[in-house]
Design a protein around this ligand. Structure first.
Ligand SMILES: [Zn+2]
Length: 276
């Protein structure tokens, strides 16, 4: 049975536990509380990119008729590239089977655990490896202003599929909003808003260590009190409606780097333990 939830209601819900961090596309900068946990801290994609110089990822698509693996792969690598550029890192992006050890898992399909959640991110131990997990729930319908949409494969309706990567880059450089992009491609904003690409960018921000920002207090509670800004301007990590990083997201990136540099200086074990 499909679930209808208003986007604004969705924004108010996040889950926290000792092993799993889950957050919706709720919605600058702030670092996740769980970065204080040694293992979780070392599982951030920043740490993996910096130390291992590669990010192993896998994509698990339940419905391949609606989501084309090759196009999702381009979206994911492009979204990763946006963050990595801000971190000034260029690790090898290695796609692996989901049965292998990996740093990042992206699953696209029906959601069993959190049926009212459109998408979420979690840090978890999978196959004894510290993994960043992103789930896009394709069972869920989203309504906004009387219109309904499900998560859609951004690449499938973007007109310039032949050169998707460069065009996505263009969207970023031109700072086009969801509204202007929807007009350009004659699709309702709700469809563009609930695209895989936009959601991937936001959830990857969590995978790099950033928390949801001050859209609501519940989401904001996941931010480390000592490592967050008080002023919360628009950002990918607040509004999830951008196809590019905003200045506040870049501030968050710099704070992740400062935070982990500080922690590494005070933790010899982080240098000597094998990196999972
Ligand atoms: Zn979020």
């Amino acid at each position: 049975m499909k679930t209808r939830v208003q986007i604004k209601q969705l924004a108010g819900f996040c889950i926290f536990s000792s092993l799993i961090i889950s957050s919706l596309n709720c919605f600058a900068w702030g670092l996740l509380n769980n970065l204080r946990n040694e293992d979780i801290r070392r599982s951030t994609l920043y740490f993996k990119a910096l130390n291992n110089k590669r990010i192993r990822y896998c994509v698990d698509i339940a419905d391949r008729s609606a989501f084309k693996p090759k196009l999702i792969d381009v979206e994911l690598r492009t979204a990763l590239g946006i963050w990595l550029e801000a971190f000034e890192l260029s690790p090898i992006l290695e796609k692996v089977s989901c049965s292998n050890p990996m740093d990042l898992v992206v699953e696209i399909g029906p959601e069993v655990r959190y049926k009212n959640v459109g998408s979420y991110h979690a840090a978890l131990i999978r196959k004894e490896h510290l993994t960043r997990y992103i789930k896009l729930n394709t069972d869920m319908e989203h309504t906004y202003d009387g219109k309904t949409s499900k998560i859609v494969d951004f690449a499938s309706f973007y007109p310039a599929q032949t050169d998707l990567k460069s065009n996505l880059k263009g969207v970023s450089e031109n700072r086009e909003s969801v509204i202007s992009l929807s007009a350009k491609i004659s699709e309702p904003p709700i469809v563009v808003y609930w695209s895989t690409y936009r959601i991937l960018i936001h959830e990857l921000g969590h995978a790099f260590g950033l928390c949801d920002t001050k859209e609501n207090e519940t989401a904001f509670a996941e931010c480390d009190k000592a490592w967050k800004s008080e002023i919360q301007p628009p950002s990918v990590m607040r509004e999830t409606s951008y196809f590019y990083l905003l200045p506040d997201d870049v501030k968050g990136v710099n704070m992740v780097k400062q935070y982990l540099s500080f922690k590494l200086d005070h933790s010899k074990s982080a240098h000597t333990k094998p990196l999972l």
